[in-house]
Design a protein around this ligand. Structure first.
Ligand SMILES: NC(=O)C1=CN([C@@H]2O[C@H](COP(=O)(O)OP(=O)(O)OC[C@H]3O[C@@H](n4cnc5c(N)ncnc54)[C@H](OP(=O)(O)O)[C@@H]3O)[C@@H](O)[C@H]2O)C=CC1
Ligand SMILES: O=C1O[C@H](COP(=O)(O)O)[C@@H](O)[C@H](O)[C@H]1O
Length: 490
């Protein structure tokens, strides 16, 4: 259900003393307030076990904004006065009764029309319990709408995700559940649909007759930081591929929806995820490469990051050849790769077009420069089209040229952070950029097949150096198909 553009709302954050709240949620709510997307009639209730007071919580909120926003134009204290804190144990039902009282008071004070967002910024093992406690203690029975925002990871595999979904669905309807995938809030990820469906020159060529392969990279310079416990149970496949990487593949591969509504877009994405070719256990080596970083030019190896990681066989890198068995994409590999402690931070999509049948200018095949459409998602935002043109001067020699568009340069503004957009979408009831259960389910089925196959053999880790571009086997994955990874820096 889509509601008005500037509704009044109370946002309840479970896990308000944690890292995500501090780094992403408070600054995003601040920017929405600063940009006039939310008015004065809003309140935020922070919940966690620590015995903080309202004042101390507000100080923490101001600190987090000072750390992330160099340019704040409004009175921070006035903004922070909308924040309230309750010491809360999510497993204790008396906490919920107390919370209901606080929400009723705030709803009177701020005229928030009974609209409530419950944001679960907590470890996933609590998601089901919290959803049920909210329902059983009557917190959904306000006069306005209620929405539940759930952070990743949504399950550990298909079976656990399904069990979690069933549990949450006892308390909330699908249209009240907002499963966050923050990549769907990134400006250039949202731009994929526009680039495809608003440009005849691309969409007519967007198929297996004209595209030879598509490469999707999300490389990070960071390691596991403070999240070793979570990450070691997860690994790059669950942490990045099941969600962000497959979501980008779905947006690149989907058919044009008949309308730009959440339901129609989702239905097209689901069709792509259903068409992913499941990797057979005996063929996993042909399709996927896993890696773990060892010591290298930028520091220590994964196994030295924390005492509990000494013997870890968790993958910090994955590269894969994803095949979509449908009419449009038969035979076109979508290569994906993601990893920690790599050489560069870069999120980039490269669409490589097939060469023309008889190239008069590049007779030597090895010297050809295929046309590329590069979608730069981060750190730069924009697109670059790689073409060939005549080299100036005498003679008729072709040379590669680039046409570039940089998002920030044209709009003259910093694009909003992903979380800022997604929180706003949730406030206005737009589910387009949240993942529906069907998408989650098919994505898990796909990565489960890979993980099951891997679980049968012990990897030879570490196999790439911290600060490199990943294991050599990931290069061979493309070389055997006659391709190579395009550079992720210009
Ligand atoms: N941090 C990040 O960059 C990202 C995080 N996420 C996801 O967001 C969620 C939160 O992550 P993150 O903020 O890093 O985690 P943290 O470990 O930093 O925070 C966990 C929060 O939960 C609270 N908490 C723990 N147990 C209880 C309890 N029994 N009752 C009430 N509160 C409790 C903690 O507060 P206290 O100890 O005071 O109770 C703390 O506020 C996770 O699902 C994570 O996977 C997703 C993407 C990125
Ligand atoms: O969801 C996650 O994403 C981040 C990478 O996000 P980005 O926006 O910086 O590309 C990753 O570091 C983290 O491990 C993962 O949980």
């Amino acid at each position: 259900m889509k509601t008005v553009d500037k509704p009044n709302v109370v946002i309840v954050i479970f896990g308000a003393t944690g890292d995500l709240s501090k780094r992403k949620l408070f600054p995003s709510i601040y920017r929405l307030y600063q940009n006039g997307k939310i008015g004065e009639d809003f309140a935020v209730v922070g919940l966690a076990r620590r015995p903080w007071t309202n004042d101390f919580f507000r100080e923490k909120v101001c600190e987090s904004i000072n750390e992330s926003e160099s340019n704040h134009q409004i009175d921070l204290e006035a903004f922070a006065s909308h924040f309230y804190y309750q010491s809360f144990d999510v497993t204790d039902s008396s906490s919920y009764t107390h919370l209901d009282g606080l929400l009723n008071d705030l709803e009177g004070q701020y005229q928030t029309d009974g609209n409530r967002i419950f944001y679960l910024a907590m470890a996933p093992e609590y998601f089901g319990t919290i959803a049920n406690q909210i329902e059983q203690n009557g917190l959904k029975e306000s006069v306005g709408w209620t929405r539940l925002v759930i952070e990743k990871p949504f399950g550990h595999d298909h079976a656990s995700a399904k069990a979690l979904n069933n549990q949450i669905r006892l308390a909330f309807n699908e249209d009240q559940i907002y499963r966050i995938d923050h990549y769907l809030g990134k400006e250039m990820v949202q731009n994929i649909e526009v680039i495809r469906f608003a440009n005849g020159i691309f969409e007519h060529l967007w198929n297996n007759r004209f595209i030879s392969n598509i490469q999707v990279t999300s490389s990070e310079k960071l390691g596991v930081e403070e999240r070793a416990r979570y990450y070691d149970r997860s690994g790059a496949t669950r942490d990045m591929v099941q969600n962000h990487m497959l979501q980008m593949v779905a947006l690149l591969a989907m058919e044009p929806p008949i309308k730009l509504t959440p339901e129609e877009i989702r239905s097209e994405k689901v069709k792509v995820l259903r068409a992913l070719r499941l990797v057979k256990p005996t063929e996993v080596e042909n399709y996927f490469v896993r890696g773990q970083y060892g010591p290298g030019p930028v520091g220590k190896g994964y196994r030295e990051e924390a005492p509990e990681l000494t013997d870890s066989i968790t993958e910090t890198y994955v590269a894969g050849k994803v095949m979509i068995d449908n009419y449009r994409w038969a035979g076109v590999p979508f290569y994906i790769r993601t990893g920690k402690k790599m050489k560069e931070k870069s999120i980039k999509i490269v669409v490589e077009f097939k060469d023309i049948p008889m190239n008069l200018y590049y007779k030597d095949e090895a010297k050809r420069h295929p046309n590329l459409l590069v979608i730069n998602i981060q750190p730069d935002e924009g697109i670059t089209l790689h073409l060939n043109a005549k080299k100036a001067g005498i003679g008729s020699i072709a040379q590669p040229i680039e046409l570039s568009y940089t998002n920030n340069g044209v709009d003259g503004i910093n694009t909003p952070e992903a979380y800022e957009k997604l929180i706003y979408d949730c406030i206005i009831g737009d589910t387009t950029n949240f993942t529906h259960w069907d998408e989650v389910a098919y994505s898990w089925k796909y990565v489960d097949a890979v993980l099951d196959a891997w679980s049968k053999t012990e990897p030879l880790f570490p196999n790439y150096a911290a600060g490199s571009m990943g294991p050599k086997a990931a290069d061979r994955l493309l070389e055997k198909d006659g391709f190579h990874w395009w550079p992720i820096t210009d």
